[in-house]
Ligand binder design. Structure first.
Ligand SMILES: Cc1cc2nc3c(=O)[nH]c(=O)nc-3n(C[C@H](O)[C@H](O)[C@H](O)COP(=O)(O)OP(=O)(O)OC[C@H]3O[C@@H](n4cnc5c(N)ncnc54)[C@H](O)[C@@H]3O)c2cc1C
Ligand code: FES
Length: 273
């Protein structure tokens, strides 16, 4: 009885721990003004130790609570980059300086870069948000970034990526208004082929974040060229702490076992995407 009460107590504490964070800066990221970054005050990384790829649940009282990745982490602040797609994201983007929102997390597992030296990032749309900090946080690795957007006006973080000495940036747009014309997965495959033919070396790791269709294609490419893959999976999340089951992908809960999946877990997760 005691252990049951103890467990329920812990669950309730975890569920209700909600930190209020103040927005201290805000900027629009793309020409189409559909993507914005909010900078929060608290010493997030000291208190929460957020890792790239983990997610935070952001709560706007009276509206809803939704998952977001962190797009920049430092000791004294963190940033979240949001694409306006519906009611919640529109409300969040419309928040102003000094407004507060509730934040729970971080939840789940982030990206893990260990021995890999040559890394290919494949980012579709706002999927670039959690990936852009990887070259900044892993200066001893080389990154090649394939960044895809619908049009040139939807691109963001390109200058940020280019400032890293360890990073090459390639762009694709669906309409051909900038870079490679077509999907970012076509660009990524071209990059891999070029690399194999010019250096005879493959990438050690592909890291991808974007829509499900894109992730499925990246998965096929990783299999075709036998390159390790890490993906950030998308899911409908409610509790964020493994209780409600709304984010289930078969035996996995995306909020707990993901959102980043790697190795053989991806083979399994792909069946549910
Ligand atoms: C682990 C994780 C991390 C995320 N990180 C970020 C982030 O850093 N920045 C960010 O902008 N978004 C991120 N998202 C997605 C974000 O949670 C959704 O965009 C948001 O919940 C949409 O809420 P809404 O009410 O504005 O739109 P809704 O009204 O819920 O949806 C509007 C439209 O957008 C589509 N849509 C909704 N959710 C998604 C989604 N997850 N992926 C693709 N299309 C969707 C719907 O199909 C619908 O057509 C993340 C999601 C997950 C699971
Ligand atoms: S969001 Fe509730 S179990 Fe994952």
């Amino acid at each position: 009885m005691f252990s049951l009460c103890y467990c329920v107590g812990i669950i309730l504490i975890l569920f209700f721990i909600e930190m209020f964070a103040k927005i201290i800066a805000k900027r629009t990221e793309n020409e189409n003004r559909t993507i914005a970054t909010l900078k929060f005050d608290n010493g997030f990384n000291q208190e929460l130790n957020v890792q790239p790829g983990q997610c935070l649940m952001i709560w706007i009282p009276g509206i809803n609570e939704k998952p977001f990745s962190v797009s920049k982490i430092s000791d004294d602040h963190c940033e979240v980059t949001i694409a306006k797609v519906g009611n919640f994201t529109e409300n969040l983007i419309n928040k102003g300086i000094n407004d507060n929102v509730g934040i729970r997390g971080p939840f789940g597992r982030g990206f893990k870069i260990t021995k890999e030296k040559e890394i290919l990032i494949v980012a579709g749309g706002v999927g670039l948000a959690p990936l852009a900090q990887l070259p900044e946080m892993n200066k001893d690795k080389n990154f090649t970034c394939a960044v895809g957007a619908k049009t040139k006006k939807d691109l963001f973080f390109i200058e940020r990526l280019k400032t890293n000495k360890n990073t090459s940036v390639f762009i694709s747009t669906d309409d051909g208004s900038d870079g490679f014309k077509g999907f970012v997965t076509g660009l990524a495959e071209d990059i891999i082929k070029d690399r194999i033919s010019s250096t005879n070396h493959k990438f050690d790791l592909i890291i991808a974040c974007g829509r499900k269709e894109m992730l499925k294609e990246v998965y096929k490419i990783s299999k075709k060229y036998n390159i390790c893959l890490q993906i950030s999976a998308d899911a409908f999340m409610k509790c964020g702490i493994g209780i409600c089951g709304s984010c289930a992908a078969g035996k996995f809960l995306v909020c707990k076992d993901g959102p980043v999946f790697m190795n053989e877990d991806i083979d399994y997760v792909m069946n549910f995407m």
